[in-house]
Each structure stands twice: as structure tokens, then as C-alpha cells.
Write a protein of this length. Sequence first.
Length: 216
Amino acid sequence: MSVKVIVADCQYLIRVGLKSLFSTSPEFEIVGEAAYSQDLLALVQDKQPDIIIIDYQQPFHFSLKDIKTCKSLSPHTRFLIISMDENRDQILQAIDYGAISFLTKECDEDEIINALRATTKNEKFMCHKVIDIILRKEHHQEEDCKPFNLSVREVEIIQQTAQGLSAKEIAEKLFLSTHTVYTHRKNIMKKLCLNSSSEMILYAIKNGIVSPEEVY
């Protein structure tokens, strides 16, 4: 059974290019395309796609809120962002809203196909340019942050989270209860002054706890 994909981009050539690219991969089926938010929402309700490829940074066409709205209409749908957005906060917001993977429009055919395949498996995929943007120091608070001491168990929790494991999977692997894993995560976030799991993973990359290649 093929993966149902919707392409949402205001640029006609981008939509045609992506449809042409995926036409060579029978594992994917383009079930719709949208140039405006209202068209996308109607398609999502009708088609219940497995994946939406979207550029949310297109005023009067799409916005970050479309990711959140689509997720509420079709909770199982996953998102691959292909955008030239270089705003770190917006990228993190997209990830928190449900974006699994993030590419720029400079990425090549192999990266796009690999990103779509990873997204299908609910595995994170980000190109190096996006990772560089996310890791860029933009806030004074980040620049003044002092290093914190993490326990061995907390480091393990971060590593497993970065590899895409759920709290239940981490608990089984480390012989802990799911409640204990959630407690460790909460303590890590408080200790590092972070607000989301994505920020925790990025902190780990920045400080050498995990490498970008280990993140899924």
C-alpha cells in the first residue's frame, strides 16, 4: 500500500517538481496539492494523508498554524517541511507543532526522498543547514548559560530520546517505569532551562552528547 502525500506550496513549479520526483517512486502517491490554506484543510479532511509536504512561510497562502490545524484534523498525518525559513524560533515552533522532518529548497533529490522515507517511519530527518540554523546562538540567555552536570541516567534518557524512542520504549530498554522516564525528562528540562523535547535534543547535539547523525 502506497504512502498518501499532499503537497502544499504556493509555487506551481515546486508542486510540479515534487510530483515529478515522486512519480518515479511507486511507494508514494500524491493524492492532492494545495496553493492555499483553505484548499489544504479541505484536502486533509477528505484524503486523511499519511504525509503533508509544506512550506509554511508563504504569507497569504500558508502559515505555521496550518501545521497545528492539519494535525487536529488528521492526528496520524506527519509533516515534512521544505522551506527557506532561517528563523530559528519559527523552525522550533514548527517542530513542536508536529513537523517530523525539515529541509531547505536547496536540498537535492536524494535528500528529499530520504527525508520522505524517514518521515514515513516517524523518524526525524533534518538537513545540515537547518541543524546549523537551529544551533545558532540567537538569545542572550543561551550565550550566558553555564554548563550543567547531568547524571549518567539523564544522559542515557537524552540519547534515547534523540534516537526517536518513545518514553515506553526507553523504559523497556533501560528497565525503568514509563513514569520514571517522564520524571527524568522533566528534571532534564528544568535543569537545562529548556521548553521542549526538540530543544533538549538540540542542546545534546550542541554539547556533544549525541551527534547529528544519531538523531532520528
